[in-house]
Design a protein around this ligand. Sequence first.
Ligand SMILES: CC(C)(COP(=O)(O)OP(=O)(O)OC[C@H]1O[C@@H](n2cnc3c(N)ncnc32)[C@H](O)[C@@H]1OP(=O)(O)O)[C@@H](O)C(=O)NCCC(=O)NCCS
Length: 347
Amino acid sequence: MRGDKSSALMSVEIGPFDPSSATDIELAESYAVMSAVMTEDHPGQALPPLEEYVALIRRPRTALGPMSRWVAREAGHIVAAASVSLPENENRHLTIVRVIVPPERRRQGIGTALLRAVLPAAVADGRTVVVGTGVKAEASGELWARELGFVRTEAYVRQFLTIADVDPALWERPVAEGFRLERWTGAVSEALLEEYARARTAMLDAPHGESAVEFEDWTPERVREHEADHRARGIENRVVVAVHEDSGRVAAMTEVELWASQPGEAAQQDTVVAADFRGRGLGLAIKGAMLRWLTADRPAIGQVWTHTVHDNTHMIRINHALGYVTTAALAYVEVGADELVKRLEAR
Ligand SMILES: CC(C)(COP(=O)(O)OP(=O)(O)OC[C@H]1O[C@@H](n2cnc3c(N)ncnc32)[C@H](O)[C@@H]1OP(=O)(O)O)[C@@H](O)C(=O)NCCC(=O)NCCS
């Protein structure tokens, strides 16, 4: 078995992959790898069309720091891929790695070979912890990672709301007395900017397991960068907030992303209720208002999806109350870089 594996691996070459200079064939092969893995792990989830996928990999999210991509090639064709991000702000001790191998090429050592190839640059950059995100719990990714010494530090759930299956009355959630709702697309007004950044920072005390990943400390500049990032990536960013009338503070915020090429879907991103405003139904009120807004002027949206930390029972309960159903359990996995180097040497 080992012999078969090393002869299969000998024909595989690992090298960097730059989406900006890749040929159309390489981009299509890279898309096929992503599609095969996503279809297996998340059947039923819409995939971006090739053109949008290419635009996205050419412009990854800046919040995670610069990303480099690697591929495994056989006879010149891309058969598997990896990406490595090196966060530049709170998380300079981390490297975030994602390795994907299509089902028909698994258990041939390709995933491990990719990891082995990408690790030295991260270690040379001083990264002491290696993190895998979006790993489907108890599926191939987590089993593989466990074998290499990673441990699960956080579990979260993916939840879907299918608009046609849900009674819109569930979204009629009036905001508590003493608060008003505000909403915008793209950019917060200067008047609310500072308070909005402060509200986003309240995410810092959301449950996040044992993970070494730190949440972002939002500043007005970070908010503007985040908005510019969305514009640059062609994503419409909608926000609903609850403002506390007496203090002018932003007590709660929720954010949705809309991708031009996927008019049927919305991605529900961060929702935060500041600690001293919890327990007043503000989470339900802002998320309900967001769903009413989306369905009123975007009738093509059939599905909204979101991710929530598994022990954030309040948020999960809110989502269920609005009609979301849980479809998958996912995990963050982590290992010390030194430990991983040792494990890889021993294999
Ligand atoms: C995780 C993944 C990249 C592994 O790729 P791979 O090329 O099959 O991995 P390897 O062949 O290098 O596996 C090395 C060892 O990990 C363990 N392993 C890998 N997949 C496993 C599985 N499904 N069940 C149990 N152990 C597994 C085995 O010990 C294996 O060695 P062996 O085959 O000699 O027993 C691939 O399954 C995948 O793309 N999964 C979906 C995406 C994902 O979750 N990626 C991880 C995110 S960081």
